[in-house]
Design a protein around this ligand. Structure first.
Ligand code: SF4
Length: 615
């Protein structure tokens, strides 16, 4: 391992102290620079440093002047541009399209990032240094790599490479790609020759595209077509979705007005040893010392550990299949133990490991024999597949080892747990409840209505009921019981008003009333967003009902029916669903009736009448 600095340099003074007068690579990010492996800049910067490149960081540059972008000069190899850990539009707006008042990835929560940050930074840096290659990456670039529906402008936008003056786009997690790009540029190849790196996308001019042999490429309907024709959009989505596999995936091309955007197959997943090395690099787990205010996003993850990558859950509203992929890549137990031992020596460590997980905590160590040789099946879901080895034994071994580390008092699992994956005959659930969650276990059924769970790709209500029974059985005889906190979603494609009422009644009857309700946001490149935009299931092209506008507000209000501020919206929803019987003072009513001035009518609510009658 090449010796690494305490922090990646953000100024030329820091660079000079390290003996650097010109950086090999400069990373520009919309996030503050936090030296923690959960932040992409730190992760990629340290990986590049590890293989011998000098890397400087420009975090949250002021894009209205050139000073910040010129601060580190021109790099020898390339600029890398990212909006940060989150798409800049998702970060800037609520699901209701109201602008947020703070940014958790900035010091003091200040608003320091432009909308469409990748485009803005790339435009500026290209104008300043037109001869230096620019590589874009991160979640914003990754999930906008084909023509896509953009909720914030309510339009279909071009692939980001057709808009941004960048040379290459890195999608997915990026370590293999950035090292390959650096190595080949350092060896003297022009950036235009780098068209074969897995996990990258590039542009080709239309003339070359038309004159070449296109056999072997999956050609999507072009931008002009998907912009106008919802069937073409849905078909294009299904085509590129099915190619997101590093082994069986083929190159995918999408013609635009002036260019063709070509995505190479995804990068090969990292091996366990490679992941171990990356996560054991000497991250400071602190923000760069130049910051005088805390960065809110750091505290919840400062002492958390990534145990694996990938998720085969295939939830429709999540775009992880297009980013990390379905193949699970797990670190070794020894490596995670070493990382926690290092954390435990930090003065700020209080003995609590905040999280051990990945996109889904209990996929650690799970494996399918097909993944290395044939990739994932294009026509089946791993989560339902009998071929999958679902044993949670390796996770238990990991958690037990971590709990034994001197200085560690508690090891929590804060990442989501996929409850339908937990084998019934293992002690995993008992042990997790006993030692690894606080008083509340968070789970994400998201909905209970059959047509909605099917549209979401979530397990049906029966699976959640069975899990609740197992969980409740574990509480028997406990002095201090634990509670389930369900994450629920309103406004998802496929969800009609009567389905939301069904969910509200379920919440009422099970006592699972929760604040954890998310209004569906159509973020780029998910199956659900495709349905939201087209009204079609992209794989069957069948029509799907899509709630929009005021109906989404009403659906969300139904989940918080106890909030008096929602009374009018809840009544509106109940009337729309033909369920006025749930307005009033009977035991099963969700809201009281109201008279003039919005006050409850004399008839209700009567607390004695609002109880369910004895069975
Ligand atoms: S065999 Fe089953 S678990 Fe393996 S890749 Fe195919 S669907 Fe997934």
């Amino acid at each position: 391992m090449k010796e690494q600095p305490a922090f990646l340099p953000m100024t030329m003074e820091e660079a000079e102290r390290l003996g650097i007068d010109r950086f090999d690579i400069i990373l520009i990010s919309g996030d503050a620079y936090v030296d923690h492996p959960s932040f992409g800049t730190a992760l990629l910067g340290r990986v590049l440093w590890d293989v011998g490149y000098s890397v400087g960081v420009i975090a949250q540059p002021d894009w209205r002047s050139n000073d910040d972008l010129r601060r580190l000069g021109e790099p020898r190899l390339f600029f890398s541009v990212s909006s940060g850990n989150v798409d800049s539009m998702v970060n800037a707006f609520t699901p209701n399209l109201k602008r947020r008042s703070s940014d958790v990835y900035s010091p003091g929560g200040k608003l320091l990032r432009p909308d469409r940050a990748t485009l803005v930074y790339t435009d500026r840096i290209h104008a300043l240094y037109p001869k230096t290659p620019v590589v874009i990456g991160g979640i914003e670039a990754s999930l906008r790599r084909f023509a896509h529906y953009d909720y914030w402008s309510d339009s279909v936008r071009q692939a980001i490479l057709a808009d941004a003056p960048a040379d290459l786009l890195v999608f997915g997690m990026g370590e293999r790609q950035v090292v390959a790009i650096a190595d080949r540029l350092a060896a003297g190849e022009p950036v235009g020759a780098l068209t074969d790196i897995p996990g990258t996308a590039y542009r080709m001019d239309l003339k070359t595209w038309r004159s070449m042999d296109q056999a072997g490429y999956v050609v999507l309907p072009g931008y002009a077509e998907v912009k106008e024709d919802r069937y073409a959009y849905a078909r294009a989505f299904a085509l590129h979705y099915n190619e997101q596999d590093p082994i069986r995936g083929r190159p995918v091309a999408q013609p635009h007005q002036k260019t063709v955007v070509i995505q190479n197959p995804p990068a090969m997943p990292l091996s366990g040893e490679e992941l171990d090395r990356i996560y054991e690099l000497p991250y400071a787990r602190r923000a760069h010392p130049s910051y005088t205010e805390p960065i809110p996003a750091l505290e919840p993850v400062r002492f958390s550990v990534v145990s694996h990558r990938g998720c085969f859950g295939s939830c429709s509203f999540c775009a992880l299949t297009h980013h990390q992929g379905r193949i699970i890549q797990s670190r070794s137990i020894d490596s995670i133990v070493r990382e926690v031992e290092r954390m435990a020596r930090m003065p700020e460590f209080t003995g609590v490991v905040q999280d051990v997980g990945g996109p889904t905590a209990n996929m650690y160590g799970i494996h399918c024999g097909r993944w290395e040789t044939a990739g994932t099946c294009p026509d089946r879901r791993c989560i339902d597949c009998p071929a999958l080895d679902r044993s949670h034994e390796e996770q238990l071994r990991l958690l037990r080892r971590l709990a034994e580390i001197p200085g560690v008092k508690r090891v929590f699992i804060a990442s989501g747990i996929r409850y339908d994956l937990i084998p019934p005959d293992e002690e995993y659930l008992a042990e997790v409840c006993e030692h690894h969650v606080s008083g509340h276990l968070k789970v994400a059924p998201e909905h209970v209505a059959k047509r909605v769970t099917a549209a979401m790709g979530k397990p049906p209500r029966e699976a959640f009921d069975a899990f609740r029974e197992r969980f409740e059985a574990l509480q028997a005889g406990k002095k201090k019981r634990q509670y389930l906190v369900p994450y629920l979603m309103s406004g998802h494609p496929g969800c009609r008003m009567e389905n939301m009422v069904e969910l509200a009644e379920y919440v009422r009857d099970t006592g699972l009333y929760t604040e954890q309700v998310q209004d569906f946001t159509p973020t780029p490149m998910s199956i659900s967003t495709t349905i939201y935009h087209t009204g079609l299931d992209p794989f069957t092209l069948k029509e799907v009902y899509v709630p929009k506008g005021r109906e989404k507000r009403v659906q969300r209000a139904l989940m918080h029916y106890r909030d008096p501020a929602n009374h009018a919206l809840v009544c509106e929803g109940l009337r729309a669903a033909g369920r006025e019987d749930l307005i009033g003072s009977a035991w099963n009513c969700l809201v009281p009736a109201r008279g003039k001035g919005g006050r409850p009518t004399r008839a209700g609510p009567n607390p004695r009448q609002t109880r369910r009658p004895p069975r």
